[in-house]
Design a protein around this ligand. Structure first.
Ligand code: KG4
Ligand code: ZN
Length: 422
């Protein structure tokens, strides 16, 4: 027998708020998290058991669609293309994550006229993608899943891409009557790094103050953390982010996007063959008195080094190694300075570039010599680059900021959201 269910937000508002309150008190909740800040469309279901930062987390469902192939021909992420692709992939990712979590159950449901109008209004910029119709069908087919909180990246990132995720979160919140918490993507990277270090599904028990080095496609920043959820920006790039430099240098060398893994692969070959240097590259701002970085000069130096030359295979490998060495040296020097200035005994390195094996090896070996008492954390494989598990972790940390569906309507995407302004 088909059971018909009507989604009604008004009637259950109070009961539901009470339920949310108890879920928070009991500290056991399923979090649906959404990440669309750049070129990964990701949705996860994470069960949080306990109170942040001592909770344990079980990843019940995790779905990620990478758009790299789409952007590869442009040599970088094209924001409007990323936005369209997120709109196409969010519902399939949601379906996959909920199915994996065994939380997707068919039950014919009826949306009210007001709800349908609300969806059209909320997702008006996605109308071309067919997302609205697809979402209406989704709501009509499945019952509300056992989820207590929605966490969505609201910044920093590419604003058109962020808006798709934020509006999608609002739509789910309205129809299912679930609170929404807007998450800072960079805090997600910090928490991803210290998640499941002991394979215990928990956050590591770090000691403060800590220094966090965030290295990604859009950011290169040093943060001082005096406690959980507090960030003081003590250094940052003055121009290109390190990941951007990896990507741009790779592009100049005719390598595909994203450039980081490609450069890293070639550099490894050069080291194994002990190739002589191809170019003398600068270490920008190595001796500046502050904790800031600059990578645009390094990128330009690579351009001059290859200008008018036909690069052979070993030239490419040697150049990749020269670039990786220069970038790594600056990162390590500035991070050591930050540790000295802050007296921190904990170093948390996160963001896509933290996947780089050479950078990992150098940090471990060099700090073992100079700062043997510092505990260094790198993310587990799979959690270095963008993902939605990290958004669930940050969402859980920020449960106190969760907005009910009416208040969630006011959540805005902010491409420049600063982790220090939390
Ligand atoms: O954190 P992320 O996935 O997205 C942003 O928030 O930006 O970082 C993406 C960046 C890209 O620039 C990519 O080239 C770089 O991380 N990346 C790497 C490696 N894997 C990814 N860079 C160097 N070595 C790698 N193995
Ligand atoms: Zn990122």
């Amino acid at each position: 027998m088909v059971q018909i269910h009507t989604f009604s937000s008004k009637k259950s508002d109070q009961t539901w708020s009470l339920f949310f309150f108890f879920a928070v008190i009991l500290r056991d909740m399923n979090i649906l998290s959404i990440e669309t800040s750049c070129d990964e469309t990701a949705v996860s279901i994470v069960k949080a058991d306990g109170q942040f930062p001592d909770a344990s987390y079980e990843v019940l469902g995790d779905a990620l669609h990478s758009q790299v192939d789409l952007h590869a021909e442009y040599g970088g992420v094209f924001p409007m293309l990323a936005k369209r692709e997120h709109a196409k992939k969010l519902i399939p990712m949601l379906t996959k994550a909920l199915t994996e979590a065994d939380l997707l159950h068919e039950e014919e449901s009826v949306l009210t006229q007001a709800q349908v109008e609300m969806l059209h209004e909320l997702l008006i910029h996605e109308s071309e993608s067919g997302m609205i119709e697809e979402l209406i069908t989704f709501f009509q087919t499945y019952e509300k899943p056992d989820v207590e909180l929605i966490a969505v990246t609201s910044g920093p990132g590419l604003e058109p891409a962020l808006w798709v995720g934020v509006n999608f979160a609002k739509a789910l919140s309205e129809v299912w009557n679930i609170h929404v918490v807007p998450v800072n993507h960079m805090e997600g990277h910090v928490l991803a790094t210290i998640f499941d270090v002991e394979e215990d599904n928990k956050l590591a028990q770090v000691s403060f103050p800590a220094v966090s080095l965030l290295i990604s496609g859009g950011h290169t920043e040093l943060l001082r953390m005096d406690d959980w959820k507090t960030y003081d920006k003590i250094g940052q790039t003055k121009d290109d982010a390190i990941g951007e430099a990896f990507d741009k240098v790779a592009r100049m060398m005719g390598l595909p996007y994203p450039g980081g893994p490609e450069i890293s692969r070639l550099a490894k070959l050069a080291r194994a063959a002990n190739l002589p240097p191809f170019a003398e590259l600068p270490r920008p701002m190595l001796h500046s008195k502050d904790l800031d970085f600059s990578f645009s000069g390094l990128k330009t130096a690579v351009r001059y080094a290859i200008d008018g030359k036909e690069l052979g295979e070993t030239d490419m490998e040697a150049l990749a190694r020269d670039f990786e060495d220069a970038a790594t040296e600056v990162l390590i020097k500035k991070t050591k300075d930050a540790l000295d200035e802050s007296g921190a005994q904990t170093l948390i390195i996160g963001g896509g570039v933290s996947a780089n094996q050479h950078i990992r090896n150098c940090f471990h070996s060099e700090l073992l010599e100079s700062h043997p008492d510092v505990e260094i954390y790198f993310p587990n494989p799979g959690l270095s680059t963008d993902n939605s598990v990290m958004i669930a972790l940050s969402g859980h940390a920020r449960t106190d900021r969760a907005a009910n569906p009416a208040a969630a309507k006011l959540i805005k995407a902010d491409g420049n959201r600063n982790i220090a302004d939390q």
